[in-house]
Structure formats: C-alpha cells, structure tokens
Design a protein around this ligand. Structure first.
Ligand code: PLP
Length: 405
C-alpha cells in the first residue's frame, strides 16, 4: 500500500495570503462599491524594463529559426548569464567567484525550499521570528520541524527579531546546523550592516553551522556601507549559501529567474555542497528558458542598469511616502530605507489581525498582519511599496485620515 509523506499533514492548513484573500473577498461581497487598495502581497506591479523586453524579443526570434533554436538549457545556466552575474554582482564588489559556483534557477522561493534536499533530515534549523514562511514550511515537509505546539514548531529554533534587538536576531542559545538569515529582511525591512554580518559569519564558523542567506531584496540597499552580498564578509565562503532573485530587482516575479551561490570551499562532513547541489539540480531541474535568461542578462547592460535603477527608485519613493505618512499619523515605523517593506507597530491593545480588520473596514486598505510571519510578529503589520505611486499615496492619505485623530 502506498503511504504519504505524513509531514505534509502537519502543515498549518491556512496559508497567510489565502486567509487575507478570503477576508477581503468577504468584505467586498458585503461592500461591492468599496475601492480597496492592496499594500499586502509582495508582488511587483511595474512592467519589465525595456532592455529585458528587447532582449527577450530577440531571443524569441532566435527560437523561431532552426539555426539559432535552443533546446534544453544547461541545468546550471547559460554561460552568458553566469558570467554576467559573476562580473556584476560579485567581482565589481570585490568578490571573486567561479561561474561553477553559481546556479541559475526559476526562483529564490524554489531554491530556499529545495536546498533542504542536500541536508540531513536530522539537522537543527534556526529561523528568525518573524520570518518568510517558506523556510519553516519546507522544513516541516522535510521532517525537521517536530510538532506544532502553541504557535511554534518543537524542533525549530526561533530567533526573535523585535524592537528590543532592533529587528536583528541574537545568536540562538541552542546549537543550530542550518541558520536561515534574510537581509534586507522580509517582513521587517531591516538591513544588515557589515559588522552585524561579520558576527554571524564568525558565529557560524565557530558553531560549524551553515548560513542560508536570502538576499532577494539586495537591490533595495541604499546605505553606502551595507554589504550587497554575504561574500563581502570574511569567512563567508566557508559557511554561507546565498540566494538571489531577479523578481524584486527587475520585476521577474512572473517571468521567473533567480540564482544561488554555493562556494566550492563550503564543505559539510568533508563533502562539497556545491557538488551535491549540482547533482541535485542535474537530476531534478531542467534549467531556465533561454528567453528568460537572455532577459536576465540584459539587466547587466548599461541600459539595463539605468532602467533598473529607475524602477527601484520608483518603489523606494513609494516606501518613503508610506514611511513618512505613517510616522505623521503617529505610528512607530521601521524598514523602508533599505527595503520595499514598511513594518509598523499596531496601536496598543490591538492584535495584528484586529488592525488588519480596522484598516480594511475604515481605510479600505489591505496589508499583512505581522503575526502571520511568526509569533514575534504579533503586534506588527507589514505594508509594501510595490503598488502604483498614485494608489500608494491614496492609501496613505486614507490611513492618516483614520488614525491621525
Ligand atoms: N525570498 C524572500 C525573502 C521573499 O520575500 C521572496 C518573495 O516574496 C522570495 C524569496 C521569492 O523569490 P522568487 O520570486 O525569486 O521565488
């Protein structure tokens, strides 16, 4: 008789964003004329930049001709994209990587989830709290999480990131083998300084841990001295895997392209994680389409870089509007500076979901309750800068109107 992976049955049945969608749908049914603005889900709204579009059109034409047609792509990525990544994202920041240390993929979400394949199921996992839910749920599926009691998984080590520690986690008291870090952070919007990251890398080396460093929001870093890659930190190549994505950098959420870096120096039990991951990808992944990779490559051209800068500046301007508007309305706000996320403390006496309801009903604005990202997110709320400038401004005006009094 076949059996199932029972770990799937342990997963919390309701996913945060479907809960939100249900609440919004119910409200709309009661109030069909309500003009709802969503600053909730972290999806972008601006179109792909012209440099990418042009490159992708050209690639489509190549696919239409037998002489230039391409079949299966190399699982690890085409050389033209790997070389552009190595040069622009690393060498230009003083980090030397070989292109065999970079793996192009169809998303950082998939990479963050799939990476668990190459680690033993008995590894102890540590996550920040609140956290991007993918790190936790994929470890539940793999059997590393234990049981869910009182809002927490028994075998997962939680590292609270609250206002008391400046939304930057302290080292866990227990030993953890796999430590997920994400900076600039989703959901808090907090960036990480060089000194903070150096302490984490030193800790991981001392503890013999692997840091899984999610840098999906790297493009939003504005602080001059903030590292743009974990490999700017001494020792990181020996203990860190880095995940990067074109989703929020270049509007690729629907186009799908990302990459992860596993340096050759990174070994566990004497085995190279790079070669394990190469083997895993060669077996389970068939590469990203030629058209998409040509689009991603165009981000690194002079024209592409200029257009990306403008795109990010658009969202950063939205972040500033939200941040300043909420401050004016008396909220305690953080994030926004190195991130498209704004993290706010909900008014005293309210839970994150209470605030969600008030915002939906009184301002017709949708955001994300902090408690959906983990127990330490209770009392907080996330807004995103990915809407249109006009709607973002409108949403903020409504929030200010409701709460300023
Ligand atoms: N990592 C973090 C922290 C995210 O917030 C997201 C998307 O919201 C992702 C990864 C997913 O990236 P991708 O679109 O490349 O799968």
């Amino acid at each position: 008789m076949p059996t199932i992976n029972k770990n799937f049955l342990k997963l919390q049945s309701n996913y945060l964003f479907s809960d939100i969608a249900k609440k919004v749908a119910a409200y709309k049914e009661e109030n069909p004329s309500a003009d709802i603005i969503s600053l909730g889900i972290g999806d972008v709204t601006r179109p792909l930049i012209p440099a990418c579009i042009e490159a992708m059109h050209k690639a489509v034409d190549e696919m239409a001709n037998a002489d230039t047609f391409r079949g299966y792509p190399p699982e690890q990525g085409y050389d033209f994209l790997l070389e552009a990544i190595v040069k622009n994202d690393y060498l230009d920041r003083g980090v030397e990587l070989d292109k065999s240390e970079v793996f192009v993929s169809d998303g950082a979400k998939c990479d963050c989830g799939n990476i668990g394949d190459i680690f033993g199921t008995d590894n102890v996992v540590a996550v920040c709290d609140p956290v991007y839910p993918v790190y936790v749920d994929t470890n539940v599926m793999a059997g590393r999480a234990g049981e869910f009691n009182g809002g927490k998984w028994s075998k997962i080590v939680y590292m609270p990131s609250t206002k008391e520690n400046g939304f930057f986690p302290d080292f866990p008291k227990e030993h953890a083998d796999m430590i997920y870090l994400c900076f600039p952070n989703n959901p808090s919007g907090q960036g990480a300084t060089r000194q903070q990251l150096q302490k984490w890398v030193d800790f991981a080396l001392r503890e013999n841990s692997v840091i899984l460093y999610d840098s999906a929001y790297e493009a939003y870093i504005t602080d001059g001295d903030m590292p743009h890659t974990i490999y700017e930190i001494e020792g990181a190549k020996k203990c860190c895997i880095e995940f990067r994505s074109f989703s929020k950098t270049a509007g690729f959420t629907g186009t799908r392209c990302a990459y992860c870096v596993i340096p050759k120096e990174l070994t566990v039990e004497g085995t190279s994680l790079n070669s394990l991951w190469a083997r895993r990808q060669a077996t389970k992944f068939n590469g990203v389409s030629y058209i998409t990779q040509r689009g991603a490559e165009a981000i690194y051209t002079e024209q592409g870089k200029k257009e990306i800068k403008e795109l990010i500046a658009y969202y950063q301007a939205n972040a500033k509007v939200i941040y300043e508007g909420l401050k004016e309305a008396g909220f305690k706000v953080s994030g926004a500076v190195n991130s498209p996320y704004i993290w706010l403390e909900v008014p005293q006496g309210m839970t994150s979901w209470d605030f969600f309801d008030v915002l939906l009903r009184q301002a017709n604005v949708v955001g994300t309750p902090g408690s959906g990202f983990g127990p330490a997110g209770e009392g907080y709320f996330r807004l995103t800068a990915f809407g249109s400038a006009e709607r973002t401004k409108q949403a903020v005006e409504r929030i200010v109107k409701v709460f300023k009094s």
